[in-house]
Design a binder for this molecule. Sequence first.
Ligand code: SF4
Length: 739
Amino acid sequence: MSKPKSKAAGLPAVLVTLRRTFREMGVRRTAQTLYRINQSDGFDCPGCAWGEPKDRRHAEFCENGAKAVAEEATTKRVGPEFFAEYSVADLASQTGHWLGQRGRLTHPTVRQPGAEHYEPISWDDAYDLIAQHLWECEPNEAVFYTSGRTSNEAAFLYQLLARSLGTNNLPDCSNMCHESSGTALNASIGIGKGSVTIEDVETADLVIVAGQNPGTNHPRMLTTLAAAKRNGARIIAINPLPEAGLRAFADPQKITGLAGHAQPLADDFLQIRIGGDLALFQGLGRLLVEAGAEDREFIEQHCAGYAEWADHISAVDLDTVVEATGLTLAQIESTAHAMASAERIVICWAMGLTQHEHAVATIEEATNLLLLRGMIGKPGAGLCPVRGHSNVQGDRTMGIFEQMPEWFLAALDQEFGIASPRPHGYDTVNAIRAMRDGKVKVFMAMGGNFAEATPDSEVTAEALRNCALTVQVSTKLNHSHTITGKTALILPSLGRTDLDVQDGVKQHVSVEDSMSMVHLSTGRLAPASPELRSEVAIVCELAQRVFGPEHPVAWGQFARNYDLIRDSIEKVVPGFDDYNQRVRARDGFLLPHPPRDSREFHTGTGRANFAVNDLHWVPTPAGRLVLQTLRSHDQFNTTIYGLDDRYRGVKGGRRVIFVNPEDIAALGHSDGDTVDLVSEWNGTERRAEGFRIVAYSTPPGNAAAYYPETNPLIPLDHVAKRSNTPASKAVIIRLEKSR
Ligand code: SF4
C-alpha cells in the first residue's frame, strides 16, 4: 500500500497508457489506433459516455480510454486450440482479469450439454441452434440483454428482433446504473436524460459533483472541470471518499501537467456518509427556501407542486440532516449559500446516487433544487447524469427498455408491419428472478458480462444455469462464458476499433453520449479473424434464420447497408431527422431535449414537477459497517485492466476493503488483517472471503470495496424503489477474521 494520491492524471497516466498499449498492441498499432480515438473520422472510445468537446485535441482520450482500446485492439487471440486446452472448469477457476488478458475471440464456439470444453461451431449451425431453441419456447421465455457498448444500429435491430419474436424482455446495463436517474427525471422534467452540454459545464459558475469519481470513471471530464475553473466556477465535490480526481488535475496534455503542476478542482469537499445525499439535498432545499432563493418567475411559469414541496421541505430537521450526512451544519449552510448566489448551476452525478434504495427520491431532490433556482433550460446550468457505458443512453433511445411507451411501439409496428407486444418485459433484476424460477429458456447477451455485473452472484449463476441455452455475443472472454445454460454459445463480434465491411462497403455505426450528442464511429483495424461478425450482421442473420424469408423486416438489406437502418430509425425515433446526413457532420448532432431547448416539460402535469419525498438515510448498526461497491482505477465495469488502484495507493491486488482507522480499532481488527465480509439483509447472510483491511479516509461506519468481487454480498432483492436498480452502494456488513 502507498499513500493515496492528491491529484489525477499527469505523467504517471501517460506512462501507464504507453506501457499498457505497447504491451497489448505494440508500438506501431498503438500509434495507428490511439490518435483515432474520439476523432470525427475515427472511432468512439468504448470506455465511458463522456462527450467530445467542440475543440477536440489530437489526443482526445484519457488513460482509461486507452486501456479500453488496448483491451479490444490487443494482438492476443483466443481460438479453438485455446478451448481445447482449457475446460470450462479451468476457465471458471481463473480470475476475470486473467480471462480478459487472453485476447480476442476468433471463432464461434459451442458448449454442448454436459460437455467440459467449448468446441468450434459454424455460424450457420449456431444460428440453427438458437432458432431451434426460440421456436421451442414461448416468446417470454427468451431474454435479450444488452451491454451499453452496443451501437445504435445494432441496438435498434436487436429490440426489433425481440419485439418481432413477441417479447419486451430487454434488460440492459442501464438497469444497474442510471435507471434511477431516468425514473426520477422522467417524473420531474418529462425526459430521462441530462439537460447539459459540455459547454454548459465549462460555463457554469457552480458545478456540484455528487456520488461520482470522474478521475477514474470519466477522466476527460477533468479537462472540462479545469476549464470551468479557469472560467471562474466554484466546484463542490460530495463523496464518501476523497478521490484524487475530485481534488486536482495535472493535465497530461500540457507541459506543466507533465511536470506535475495540478489545477486544483474542488473548492469544497463534502465527505458525506454513504446514503446521506437525500438528506443533504433536503437540508439544502430547506435552507434555500428559508433564504428566499427561489426563482419565482420560473416556478410560476414552468413548475407544479412547489407549494407542497416547500411546506414539506421547511419541516426537514437539520439535526437529522447533520447526523445522516456526517457533515457539519456550517458545510451545509456554505453549500446552500453557494447555490443561492450562483447564476448557473450544474449538478453532475453517477452511481453514488443511483445505486441506493432511495436513489430515485435523491435524484428528484437534486432536481428540485435546480427547479427552485430556475436552472433548467438555461445556458451554463442543468442536470448532468454521467453515463457509464459509451452508448448506454443511445441503446435506450433505440428502444432497449422493457417498458417502451406506446408511441414507440406503435411507430415500430407502423414502420415494419409487425405487432409488438405491449405487456412490459423483464429488467435485469426481474430477468434474474425469472431465470431463477425456471421461467426462461433462452438468455442472449449482446456484449457485457452479465454473470459478474449483476448482484447476488450465486443466485445469478444458478439462474443462468437454469436456462436451456445461453448465448454470449462477445469480443473477449469473461466469467459469463464459464457460467452457462445447458447449452452455451460464444459468438465473436467486431469491436468499435475494427473495420466493418459489408458487401464490400465500409460501414459506420453511431452512438449517443451523456450530453445527447449522436455521432459516427468508424473502426479501421483489420478484424482479429475472418470469422468475426458485426453486431448488426449477427442480429440480421439470426433474425433471418428465426423468421424466414417472408418476414416483413428487410434484415438482409440492413445487414448490407447500415444507412438503411438509420433511415428506419429516423421514422420511428423522434429527433433523428436526416439522420444519415446529420450524423456525418464533424460533431454529429444534438438530440432534442424539450426542457433544455424550450423549457417544455412533457410530464403528466405539462410542467416540471417538484417531488415530495420522506427523508431516508443509512445508519450504521453497532459492530457493523455500511459497504459501498466501487471500481478501482484499473477497471471499467467488470473489465479488469490491471490489479493496481494507483490513486488510492493499492498495488497488485483487488481483494481489499477500505475502512476508517477508528472503525478498524473499534471492530477489533488491524490494518492489513485478512477478513471475510458478511452481508446481512432481511435475516439472510452472504459471504465474500479473504479481503485485506486497508486503513483509509472513509466516513466513520462506512467502508468500500471493489466489484465484481463484492457483488456476491448484494442481495438480489435489495433494490432501489421505483427503478429496481441493485442498491450496490449501501449494504450492511460485518467483518470476520478469515478462517
Ligand atoms: S473519458 Fe471516457 S470516453 Fe473519454 S477517453 Fe476516457 S474513457 Fe473514453
